[in-house]
Ligand binder design. Sequence first.
Ligand SMILES: [Zn+2]
Ligand SMILES: [Zn+2]
Ligand SMILES: [Zn+2]
Length: 348
Amino acid sequence: MPGSSHRRFNPLTGEWVLVSPHRTQRPWMGQTEAPAGPAAPPYDPDCYLCPGNHRAHGTVNPAYTHTFVFDNDFPALRPDAGRQTSDSDGLIVAEDEPGICRVICFTPRHDLTLSRMSVDDIDRVVRVWGEQTVELGAKDDINAVQIFENRGAMMGASNPHPHCQIWASRSLPNEMAKELAAQAAYRSKHGTCLLCDYLRLERAAGERIVFENDHFTVLVPFWAIWPFETLLLPRRHAGAIDGLSPAEMGGLAEALSALTIRYDNLFETPFPYSMGFHQKPTDGAEHPEWHLHAHFYPPLLRSATVRKFMVGYELLGSPQRDITAESAAERLHEMPATHYLDRRSPQA
Ligand SMILES: [Zn+2]
Ligand SMILES: [Zn+2]
Ligand SMILES: [Zn+2]
């Protein structure tokens, strides 16, 4: 099986990925991306996230020194959405969706990234994620708190200033709903946690582990779709970031630093990705089946300029990958733990 086409099952979503390891040598004549632009300056007077600058609607950012949280000026979800539903024979169905969108700046420094921030400063960000999860999750109408970061122009990030977003909604988004059903079904069948059991198998096998400390494991999941996709798992069963101890939050900060440095080193470029945390629903139930985790979905395939596309068979059939999860994990694991020297000239 390892060298020939096969498919792998994702127990978190119930979906399959096609793996074609024999195809890794095929020539690439497709689109290439522009290499990353010049390095950003520490402060950008035109950036709407830098301290002291003006945002939309005339708001002025405070002179913040570490993290800064504010309600998104152009939110995708609004708290004042109604409570209407419409349903025509179960075929044309819609419902109002109230929610709250926030932005969290990781640091006042416009030129930094998670990979270039100190672990102590990332730890402050982790604590803010926990606080925001508690604050937003406590609201009656909020049942899902989705924290995510888009990094890099390739991922559509609108501003290089290091920041993430939180979209908190009444309904569970699709991915969360699939994972909730899978984790609940696994628990009722086996009486144990899906991701606790999976983590035990992966640690015994060792071949897909990228990084570990006392509290967190970073691995390329067996069912990964993106070439260098990873999954971050707390070793102890916890459902949300606010359920982590201070030591575990520190472990998460260290794991985020270690992983993002290895990503940047892989192609010696600021590595683009979408990442985010999947936390248990904040609907008031206990959710013992839910195991907190983070997904990193980076698009780059073989260099700083060649990315993977999800088209053709992947849109119409199943996702497909060429390099195996095992070889991706091995390459990431072998990356230096210190950052490569960025030779780009600073932005004018
Ligand atoms: Zn900025
Ligand atoms: Zn667990
Ligand atoms: Zn997930």
